[in-house]
Design a protein around this ligand. Structure first.
Ligand code: GLN
Length: 505
């Protein structure tokens, strides 16, 4: 295995023992980036200089005999919707193309304080709206397992970067599945923590009652370590919960005897690729073999989750995105020579030129749902059904420790396959969205392959039940080998050496 193929905890051990320096690890990751980035296109901005400076600082600390934190010196990529002081934060949108935040998101501050080496900012669907990164205003990211396929979204950049060895781990955000679905499609671990566990200060808002930041990692131990680092109360985020945070690695015992696992039958219905269903069924059998008590159960309101989400998320987005008016910051439309705009024309031009089609669609849907006369019929009703979904979960968690389902109904799909049909695209998140509506935590873990493309198993837990989810995921991972698979990505130099042309498409 190459250095860039290793996990964060493996590399941290080498760094702490002095067998590898943080600088060497950083160099390995950047040379991998230069080798495969032309094909994968995961990054919007690279921060190579800053990364080396941080790595050298960690190495100095170690040489000076200072105790290093568990993730010190490890290269991490950040989704481009988290503010990084002095570094462009675009949300993969024209409207923020040149936006340089004057402050760091809390999670970025925490990473920096822990000696993380930031590699750069990662591509996404514009404002995190989408499931394929095809909505990025700049370019789509490709799936390292098959360059003709999407990496999922909206955090396609983070997922592809980690899978391709272009970052050892990454941070993403999940409003309706944007961490778990791309993690599943790229064959890595992705977790959406409980609403309120991780501060969103400095995360550019999409739908504030649903957004949450979480880790992309190569295995479950890394996921627990990253969660240890980013979880915890932050007075700068009023939705952040002042609970004490456990050491999540303490749940990685490997023992799941007697753990009660529910399998909601509604998550195995129409629209699920039978090959994905088979992989997930096999994974569930494995959990039973390991001593878990597995039972089928019912989640009656599951079918309403998607329609409810597509009222609530656009409604909140339409309000959050009202701030991009060309006045305070971001893109502003400039009149042609001889032309003049009044303020309303300036707003209109700025917003029609600055936002892409999907973002405009969401703003229109949301404005409609919130407008007088429709508010009660759509928005208020959606909030009520959201409560019913939450109650469904609460009832199930009285009987089960964890619920399981597929993460995504299909493996990675081809570019263009769903791009012109928003409803089909929206269905990609059918199993992940209920979790955001209820505010609970969930994780996707690799559980097999279909035609060389990864499949993810979705584990859901009660609020603040990250520990039990990680416990089950770890036991599963330790008894399977999918997490050790790496994509057969050749990279530019190697492709040339083999006499083939580079680029999958
Ligand atoms: N794909 C979903 C959407 O387009 C979820 C996105 C997300 O979680 N940010 O809204």
């Amino acid at each position: 295995m190459e250095i860039y193929d290793l996990t964060a905890h493996e590399l941290a051990e080498y760094i702490q023992k002095g067998e590898l320096s943080a600088e060497e690890v950083t160099r390995a990751v950047f040379s991998r980036i230069h080798e495969v980035e032309e094909e994968v296109q995961a990054y919007v901005t690279l921060t190579e200089e800053k990364a080396y400076a941080q790595a050298r600082y960690v190495d100095e600390q170690r040489r000076a005999g200072k105790k290093l934190g568990p993730l010190a010196g490890i290269p991490v990529g950040i989704k481009d919707n988290m503010c990084t002081k002095g570094i462009r934060t675009t949300c993969s949108s024209r409207i923020l193309e040149n936006f340089v935040p004057p402050y760091n998101a809390t999670v970025v501050e925490k990473l920096e304080a822990a000696g993380a080496v930031m590699t750069g900012k990662l591509n996404m669907d514009e404002f995190a709206m989408g499931s394929s990164t095809e909505n990025s205003a700049f370019f789509p990211t490709r799936n390292p397992w098959n360059l003709d396929c999407v990496p999922g979204g909206s955090s396609g950049g983070p997922a592809a970067a980690v899978a391709a060895g272009e970052a050892i781990y990454a941070l993403g955000s999940d409003t309706g599945g944007s961490i778990r679905q791309p993690a599943s499609l790229c064959g890595i671990v992705g977790m959406k923590p409980t609403y309120g566990l991780v501060s969103r200060y400095g995360l550019v808002a999409f739908a504030s009652s649903l957004d949450q930041i979480g880790p992309f990692t190569k295995d479950v131990r890394d996921c627990a370590l990253v969660l240890n680092l980013i979880a915890g109360h932050d007075p700068m985020d009023s939705t952040s919960v002042p609970n004490p945070v456990p050491d999540y690695t303490s749940f990685l015992t490997g023992d799941i005897k007697g753990v009660k696992i529910g399998v909601p039958r509604e998550f195995f219905g129409e629209g699920l690729d039978p090959r994905v269903a088979e992989m997930v069924r096999n994974a569930i059998d494995k959990l039973a073999d390991l001593g878990a008590i597995v039972e089928e159960c019912s989640f009656p309101y599951a079918e309403y989750a998607l329609p409810v989400y597509y009222i609530i998320a656009p409604a909140e987005a339409s309000s959050n995105l009202a701030r991009y008016d060309g006045v305070c910051y971001g893109y502003r439309a400039v009149p042609e020579k001889g032309e003049k705009y009044d303020i309303i024309e300036m707003y209109m031009k700025t917003r029609s030129e600055g936002f892409g089609a999907e973002v405009k669609r969401r703003i229109m849907l949301g404005t409609y749902a919130l407008s007088s006369g429709y508010y009660d019929a759509y928005y208020l009703k959606a909030l009520k059904v959201r409560t019913l979904i939450k109650d469904d979960f609460a009832r199930l968690f009285e009987n089960y420790d964890v619920l399981v389902s597929p993460t995504s109904p299909t493996p990675a799909f081809r570019f263009g396959e769903k791009a012109n049909d928003p409803l089909t695209m929206y269905l990609s998140d059918i199993y992940t969205i209920p979790v955001n509506l209820a505010g609970i935590p969930a994780l996707s873990i690799p559980c097999g392959f279909v035609d060389g493309l990864p499949v993810g198993l979705h584990l859901m837990g009660p609020a603040f039940g990250e520990g039990i989810i990680l416990k089950v995921a770890y036991a599963y991972e330790q008894n399977t080998s999918y997490h050790r698979a790496r994509p057969p990505l050749q990279g530019r130099e190697k492709v040339k050496a083999n006499g083939k042309t580079s680029g999958g498409r």
